[in-house]
Design a protein around this ligand. Structure first.
Ligand code: 13P
Length: 250
């Protein structure tokens, strides 16, 4: 049985003070009621320290939204995995579609980042997903499978990896993939992982769904056999909604 994992991706929202308040509200509402599922929150870089302090004694994990693949050097504006570790970040989101779309990330840079994070012992959430054009063109499977294979190139151990399937057309649009649409892609991702790593590893790998997950649709998505939790954007910015989604997974 795979333990579900729900992570709030706060994207470029919340000042340091606001982030601290939101983390406190989530912590208060969750109490110690998160036994059934793994929970993480991913504030923007400036708020990592503050949020880390708030959740220090809880089971909530501190997650970063991005990292660089070098340890240090002349990379203005970038943050290394070691820097994240020094803030006690346990996990990093890599290859989010917004990074691919607006900041030129490719399967190759995603792969470099995944390998660096894993080498440093950090958990990785690697995101994949097709655009509306690709879905309508009938190439969803080819695109997503390609992203999985390229992103995991030369990764021999999937122990520290979680995958997130986020159809680009469902992100921030209010259009959620139906549970059946999402399940179809999740099953195909797992089949790719079986092909690459075998049944046992694939059976343990968690695949989150992301894209307009809300309290009203979370339970039916999480009930699908290959959906192992969610990567939550907009709804994670409201403590009530995020906690309701966590409860739907737990
Ligand atoms: P929304 O939940 O706002 O659609 O965002 C999903 C997402 O991109 C999480 O990483």
């Amino acid at each position: 049985m795979r333990k579900k994992i729900v992570v709030g991706n706060w994207k470029m929202n919340k000042t340091v003070a606001e982030a601290g308040e939101l983390a406190s509200a989530i912590l208060e509402q969750l109490g110690d009621g998160i036994v059934g599922c793994e929970v993480g929150i991913a504030p923007a870089f400036p708020a990592l320290t503050e949020v880390g302090k708030v959740i220090e004694r809880s089971d909530i994990r501190l997650v970063a939204q991005n990292c660089h693949y070098e340890d240090d050097g002349a990379y203005t504006g970038e943050v290394s995995v070691r820097m994240l570790e020094s803030l006690r970040c346990a996990c990093v989101i890599i290859g989010h579609s917004e990074r691919r779309q607006y900041f030129g990330e490719t399967d190759h840079t995603v792969n470099l980042k995944v390998r660096k994070a894993l080498a440093e012992g950090m958990q990785v959430i690697m995101c994949v997903g097709e655009t509306l054009e690709e879905r309508e063109g009938g190439v969803t499977d080819r695109i997503v499978t390609g992203q999985v294979r390229e992103g995991l190139k030369e990764v021999s151990d999937l122990g520290g990896v979680v995958l997130a399937y986020e159809p680009v057309w469902a992100i921030g649009t209010g259009k959620t993939a139906t549970p059946e649409q999402a399940e179809e892609v999740h099953a195909s991702i797992r089949a790719t992982i079986i092909d690459m790593y075998g049944e046992l590893t694939a059976g343990h790998l968690r695949i989150q769904y992301g894209g307009s997950v809300k309290p009203s649709n979370a339970a039916e998505l999480f009930a699908m056999p290959n959906i192992d939790g969610g990567l939550i954007g907009g709804a994670s910015l409201k403590a009530d909604d995020f906690v309701a989604i966590v409860r739907a997974a737990g």
